[in-house]
Design a protein around this ligand. Structure first.
Ligand code: B12
Length: 514
């Protein structure tokens, strides 16, 4: 690690997610991991959490006027980019000397798409997308940020710091992942996030990184940080849960892991979580994702014993042909069996469904509706697929010679096709999960259904299944308007927006065990 001096103070920014029904449900762990890494090396951190703040630019400007940070670090998923652009423009206008580092899933995925083009000897739309990002920020960070951020903050940092390359020295291994500090949760107002699991006040954590599967719609299938599994020990995970209970009083926990049961020690982890509750004399509730075809009765009963009452699984479709087109690996029978196995163990099931895949037709969408009615999940959602950079649907698509601006993905076995309109992610917030009451849009179409028809049929699935299974719609929560009068002092932003380091946190340094 180079040893040029680090900045004394860094401003981290979580941009708003205006497209979410409620922006203060799930905390962003990625930016808090960066905060913890910086603090563990003595850098003071300010965190502007702009989630759910309507006039986020006013809040940003009010803080920039008094902050003496010399660098700003932002995180971004693809649909957050349009607001990130506005935030960066405002920083440049008010504090042009501030060094701007941009990391997070969108950079990681765009970079992975560029590497794929390079391997194929092509310079195409991923290169253009990356150039646009480079024009935006001073330094981009791809992949794991815990080590890469220090390189990015060096005066001689390259334009792109690669934390996604297992051979590059900045990629986390199991051992370095275990040694990194827990997310610096003192840098967010935990009380302003509202999440409950079966009446238990809840928060989130992630136990393992990476998903080894190759679903066509999923981001990061060519990115090592999103695809390679990195695990930490059961002790480390249990200790984080214990800390969240003892320090913040939570008794409910959502695991962000892509699939908990990819971890071979998953049953052991469940028993350790149950034992923790015996030791503490308290009862917890958990919620998390499982991969259907790997789900067993043994896992189900261990999860129930640990306090899981809800499982989420990406079943995606009720059509065997669509499951094949997704490269889902799980067949329809696997999916049905997984729902039955969960229910038999007393676990409720949220079925995560999606439409707008290659070959999607009225018939395949009806099969999805019928499957939901047959297996009767306790909740579900049904999203419209987006083709983000870093997904096989984007990375393997070819521009239509007849229709410039339309890119077509063709499944290598079935030949079924998905067409997507090219969009500028810096301008359009393209997301796949919107307001279930008609808030969806589609930028994809198939040979059988137009974009508008996909949305219309999606709405029909949502309405008809909710009506038939008597499932209520999720509730939205309005964003808050920041007023100057909300500040505690005359210049300070309210605590739900701004949190600062009080020197390295004893909690996180202890957790880092470095
Ligand atoms: C949990 C989760 C959610 C939760 C919570 C999200 C949240 N608030 O963080 C919910 C359900 C709300 C959610 C929503 C969505 N999600 Co989501 N989600 C995840 C999931 C499974 C885990 C996220 C996580 O905590 N990872 C662990 C942390 C430590 O990693 P990280 O955030 O990436 O941060 C690391 C690096 O990116 C980097 N980094 C991040 N920020 C910064 C900043 C700086 C300055 C630096 C240097 C480095 C850096 O360093 C961090 C530490 O290594 C990921 C998949 C995955 N396994 O990561 C998908 C994922 C992030 N989600 C995805 C998507 C598509 C969405 C939605 C758009 C879906 C929708 N509604 O349409 C929304 C967008 C939400 C938003 N706010 O923008 C995609 C992102 C694709 C993309 N192109 O951006 C992912 C990658 C899934 C996938 N494989 O396709 N999501």
């Amino acid at each position: 690690m180079p040893d040029a001096p680090l900045p004394k103070r860094v401003l981290l920014i979580t941009p708003p997610s205006v497209f979410l029904l409620d922006e203060r449900v799930f905390i962003n762990l990625g930016i808090l991991k960066i905060g913890a890494a910086l603090e563990s090396r003595g850098v003071a951190v300010e965190h502007l959490d702009l989630s759910g703040t309507v006039n986020y630019l006013d809040a940003l400007e009010a803080h920039l006027a008094i902050s003496d940070a010399t660098a700003a670090g932002l995180t971004a998923t693809t649909p957050q980019l349009p607001t990130v652009v506005k935030i960066i423009e405002r920083i440049r206008a008010v504090r042009p000397e501030l060094k701007i580092v941009l990391g997070g899933p969108h950079v990681t995925l765009t970079d992975s798409a560029v590497k794929l083009e390079q391997r194929a000897g092509r310079v195409s739309r991923a290169h253009t997308a990356l150039q646009r990002l480079q024009a935006l920020a001073d330094v981009l960070v791809s992949g794991d940020g815990e080590l890469a951020v220090f390189r990015a903050l060096q005066p001689d940092a390259p334009r792109l710091v690669d934390g996604d390359d297992p051979k590059g020295g900045l990629f986390l291994t199991n051992a370095t992942y275990e040694a990194t500090a827990y997310p610096a949760r003192h840098l967010v107002d935990m009380g302003s996030y509202h999440y409950e699991i079966d009446g238990h006040r809840s928060t989130s954590l992630i136990a393992q990184l990476g998903c080894p599967f190759g679903c066509g719609f999923c981001g990061g299938r060519n990115s090592k940080s999103l695809r390679m599994i990195r695990t930490r020990s059961t002790e480390s995970i249990v200790a984080e849960v214990r800390m969240l209970h003892e320090v913040y009083g939570f008794t409910g926990f959502m695991f962000y892991d892509d699939e908990l049961n990819v971890n071979k020690n998953m049953v052991g982890l469940m028993h350790a979580l149950a034992d923790l509750q015996d030791t503490l004399g308290t009862e917890f509730r958990f919620r998390g994702f499982v991969k259907a075809e790997l789900f067993t009765p043994e896992q189900a009963s261990a999860m129930y014993r640990a306090g899981f009452r809800w499982l989420l699984s990406g079943y995606e479709s009720g059509s065997p042909r669509i499951l094949e087109n997704i490269d889902k690996r799980a067949g329809l029978d696997d999916n049905t069996r997984a729902v039955d196995t969960a229910k038999a163990a007393g676990l409720k099931v949220k079925a995560l469904m999606s439409v707008g895949h290659p070959g999607e037709s009225e018939q395949t969408m009806r099969e999805t509706q019928e499957w939901l009615l047959r297996v009767q999940p306790d909740d579900f959602d049904c999203t419209v697929i987006t083709t983000y950079p870093g997904t096989p649907y984007y990375d393997e698509a070819i521009e239509s010679p007849a229709e410039p601006g339309v890119w077509t993905y063709t499944h290598r076995k079935t030949g079924d096709r998905l067409h997507a309109y090219e969009i500028d992610f810096l301008v359009v917030a393209d997301y796949y999960k919107g307001d279930p009451k008609g808030g969806y849009q589609a930028f994809v179409y198939t040979d059988h259904l137009s974009a508008a028809e996909i949305v219309q049929r999606r709405n029909w699935i949502e309405e008809s299944v909710r009506a038939s299974l008597r499932l209520p719609y999720p509730q939205a929560r309005a964003a808050i308007r920041y007023e100057h009068s909300m500040g505690q002092g005359s210049h300070e932003l309210p605590g739900f927006i701004l949190r600062r380091s009080n020197g390295p946190s004893a909690l996180n340094v202890a957790a880092a065990r470095t």
